[in-house]
Design a protein around this ligand. Structure first.
Ligand code: PHE
Length: 453
């Protein structure tokens, strides 16, 4: 049984691998599977990938390190972290923003998580292969606009998320991630191999990887940056919280780099799993969520071994979504346990109820409440936009400003080198500090403003 003296002894990740798979789990998610492949195709193939890699390495990695530093140094949830590192100041409000963001993200994210369970159920009953001429677009609309069915699956998705988080950091999140992340990678590779070996797959690979530098413009640059941000779970406290459960021995730069690499490699594998099949069947590659829930089922229905591949695919989708949603729930749980001094079980239960109610609103906003609009958007789209365009941007901006300008430079160096025991070349260290202080805040401002234009 988990110890209930939760305030005295903080739960922690048991190994470096545990920290890595948990962080990679948070990063690898729905964003990698449906958004990345179609952005790449639409925005210039390899040219977009080069830009994306550049942003990840030069801008996002230092931001991730900043979050990690705040968490590891304070060993606390997002709010307490700022209170500890900058006592008597208003910086804790940034921590509070980090607690609010997961509510906005998880409420629409878990609706899509619910859809993936529903599709997994369909896959298990071989519904995709039973009738190759099914109208999957109509099926998807019927399902998502239905009142209760998606709410039921949303409930199941949140229940699974809560069940993992309630077990704790070490016995829940770490254990789950250690088993499921490798499984997820293997499953995605199996689908990619199946897709690449289909006749006509070459065109999809060309669509993904042929560089078209003429497509690169400021909107594409914003797409690449925004995607890198969302995909690496930056700016909303997930990395602060997971970092706070990491031991003082972990190499912050090393683990952050490996997380960014895993996330990018996974996105590329997902691209190879999806696009060749889309082209082999002459489908439309730029469909957003429809790609996963409409186009792919149609492909599964028509491909040899499609029934099995459908099961593998929707298991992967669910695992990817779950490993991200647990990081969102953990941010909120850690805050309640440590700031409100309540038990973990109670915290998870409270968060679960609120997430469920908000999730219901998001789910209904696609069906019966579709008429209700704020700024011309239904609740689902509104939450999506507010979280990625406002909350995550603001969170990340203040986090880098905090580490770059408020936190002691010696403290930052201490964290990056583990009190001098890790050797980091001086130019590299200066480069990281320079990015955190000047480049990252500027770039975030440019993305944020660009998003409003
Ligand atoms: N990184 C996740 C994805 O790519 C989404 C996410 C964002 C998860 C923020 C946690 C925090 O799907």
């Amino acid at each position: 049984m988990a110890k209930e003296n939760h305030l005295k002894e903080r739960d922690n990740f048991g190994s470096s691998f545990g920290v890595l798979v948990a962080l990679a789990g948070s990063a690898v998610g729905l964003g990698n599977i449906w958004r990345f492949p179609y952005l790449v195709g639409q925005d210039g193939g390899a040219a977009f990938i080069i830009l994306y890699l550049l942003f990840v390495a030069v801008v996002c990695l230092p931001i991730m390190c900043s979050e990690f530093i705040i968490g590891r140094r304070s060993q606390a949830n997002t709010v307490t972290a700022f209170k500890k590192l900058a006592p008597g100041t208003k910086w804790y409000l940034v921590g509070l923003l980090c607690v609010v963001s997961p509510f906005i993200i998880l409420s629409f994210y878990s609706v899509v998580g619910g859809w993936s369970i529903q599709y997994l159920v369909k896959a298990f009953s071989f519904q995709f292969t039973a009738a190759a001429d099914t109208d999957f677009a109509a099926l998807f609309t019927d399902f998502t606009t239905n009142t209760w069915q998606p709410v039921f699956y949303l409930f199941i998705f949140l229940l699974l998320t809560a069940a993992i988080v309630i077990l704790g950091v070490n016995k829940g999140i770490e254990k789950f991630s250690k088993v499921m992340m490798p499984v997820l990678f293997v499953l995605m590779i199996i689908i990619a191999v199946r897709a690449i070996t289909m006749p006509g797959a070459g065109e999809g690979l060309r669509y993904l990887f042929k560089p078209d530098f003429s497509k690169i413009n400021s909107r594409v640059a914003l797409d690449a940056l925004g995607q890198a941000f969302f995909s690496l779970s930056l700016g909303m406290g997930a990395v602060i919280t997971y970092g706070s459960y990491s031991s003082k021995k972990e190499n912050i730069l090393g683990i952050s780099s490996l997380t960014a690499i895993s996330d990018t490699v996974f996105a590329l594998i997902a691209g190879c799993a999806i696009m060749p099949a889309v082209f082999a069947f002459g489908m439309n590659p730029s469909q957003g969520p429809g790609l996963v829930f409409v186009v792919l089922p149609q492909i599964f229905a028509n491909m040899p071994l499609g029934g099995i591949i459908a099961i593998i695919f929707f298991i992967s989708l669910l695992l990817a979504a779950l490993s991200s949603s647990i990081s969102l729930l953990e941010v909120v749980t850690a805050f309640m346990v440590e700031e409100w001094k309540i038990k973990r079980k109670a915290a998870v239960l409270i968060a679960f109820v609120v997430f469920f109610l908000l999730g219901i609103a998001c789910s209904l906003s696609i069906g019966p409440w579709a008429e209700f609009k704020v700024f011309g958007l239904n609740i689902f789209d509104l939450f999506d936009k507010v979280s990625s365009n406002i909350c995550m941007m603001l969170g990340a901006l203040f986090i880098v400003l905090f580490v770059g300008w408020k936190l002691d430079k010696a403290a930052v160096k201490d964290e990056l080198t583990n009190q001098g025991s890790l050797k980091l070349p001086r130019p590299l260290m200066n480069f990281i500090l320079f990015i955190i202080k000047y480049v990252a805040p500027l770039v975030i401002l440019v993305i944020a403003v660009g998003n409003f234009l």
